[in-house]
Ligand binder design. Structure first.
Ligand SMILES: *Cc1c(COP(=O)(O)O)cnc(C)c1O
Length: 372
């Protein structure tokens, strides 16, 4: 049995510290926007290499508020990847702007900078690259394009806590980066949470107001804000888990290395690995023509896999009025072939070896048999 993810086991490693941190919040009598959030914001800003961090309620709100803080709204267009979790698109829609999808590079599976320029119009205000599966998007190219066209870059870093590019952490490249602390992310709370990091003091100040009813002083509301605050309990838990994040990410990297070496020559398409591009290995995603067969056989051996994501946003009912199937063939090609192997600090190297052995046996057998 190899579990895809085991949050109880991962959180169990810091159970005592988390219980103590929660107990401290309980005793403090202060539960929203207090000392824990302030300290977490300072610690996470330092981790990311950004000047400011603003805690919010979840990763979706983080993107919405970041766009609003940069003045993106009705009439504007925002470039997003055609293959991402739907949150990136929904955030653009929620602020009243239009998501303009751009296809990924088939090798990295991240938004293809070479295709961005053709999507830029006089209404384009921002580019929202996603570091999909933990792999940094091509930020040097994206930043250069943004500079040339006067656009804002809002990194959706929900899957990439700890990833880096040319030695600089993701989140320190764009104007602003947005984070999710959903329990299953590399840095996960015991519930919902999110944050925005930026070097821009003005944007940070606006975000502090926007997340709290558009208010910077009690009962003074200068903006039409929302209620989206990271709470003290989650911030206290996140501080404990942030202290373990590098160790946990190192373990993910070791599992990934085992998979990469073990699965070489199996005919599967493996994740892109390039010098200077350091993935956070949120997910380990392979691609195969015979996914359903492989997935079924792995499941029969107790090896859990998942699909991220089976349906691209443009093919979801939510966007049926604006897009049709066939419009983004690269995203559609991927959605039919991607398969996520077990990944996380809950795994041992022996677990990874078991996954490799099972896949090697199955792929060599499948090669000898025609597709069913
Ligand atoms: C998880 C995720 C989000 C949204 O985060 P929530 O905290 O669940 O709202 C946004 N973008 C991407 C790429 C994600 O993976």
């Amino acid at each position: 049995m190899v579990a895809f993810l085991d949050l109880a086991k991962i959180n169990g490693e810091v159970r005592e510290q988390m219980a103590a941190a929660i107990d401290e919040v309980l005793s403090s009598g202060w539960y929203v926007l207090g000392k824990q959030v302030e300290q977490f914001e300072a610690e996470f800003a330092q981790f990311v290499g950004a000047k400011h961090c603003v805690g919010v309620g979840n990763g979706l709100d983080a993107i919405c508020l970041a766009l609003r803080a940069h003045g993106v709204g009705p009439g504007d267009e925002v470039i997003v990847p055609s293959n991402t979790f739907i949150a990136t698109w929904l955030a653009v829609t929620y602020v009243g702007a239009v998501p303009v999808p751009v296809e990924p590079d088939p090798v990295t599976m991240n938004i293809d900078p070479a295709r961005i320029e053709a999507a830029i119009t006089s209404r384009t205000r921002a580019i929202c690259p996603v570091h999909l599966y933990g792999l940094p998007a091509d930020l040097p190219e994206i930043n250069a394009l943004a500079q040339r066209h006067g656009l804002v870059v809002v990194e959706d870093a929900a899957q990439a806590h700890g990833a880096s590019l040319d030695g600089a952490p993701v989140g320190s490249w764009g104007n602003t980066a947005t984070w999710s602390f959903y329990p299953g992310k590399n840095l996960g709370a015991l519930g919902d949470g999110g944050a925005i990091t930026t070097d821009d003091a003005e944007v940070a100040e606006k975000l502090r107001s926007l997340r709290n009813y558009g208010s910077s002083a009690k009962y003074v509301h200068e903006l039409r804000g929302v209620n989206s605050r990271l709470d003290e309990m989650q911030a206290a838990v996140l501080r404990v888990k942030l202290s373990k994040l590098s160790e946990w990410n190192t373990r993910r990297g070791q599992i990934a290395q085992r998979y990469l070496e073990g699965l070489e020559g199996t005919g599967l398409t493996l994740p892109s690995v390039t010098d200077g591009v350091h993935s956070a290995w949120h997910l380990f995603v392979i691609r195969t023509e015979r996914r359903e067969e492989l997935r079924g056989e792995l499941d029969a051996r107790g090896i859990q896999t998942l699909i991220h994501y089976p349906t691209s946003p443009h093919m979801q009912g939510a966007y049926a009025d604006d897009f049709s199937p066939g419009e983004f063939p690269i995203a559609e090609h991927m959605q039919d072939r991607v398969l996520s192997l077990p990944m996380g600090p809950h795994l041992s190297l022996e677990d990874a070896d078991d996954v490799v052995a099972a896949i090697r046996e199955l792929t060599s057998r499948m090669e000898a048999e025609p597709p069913r």
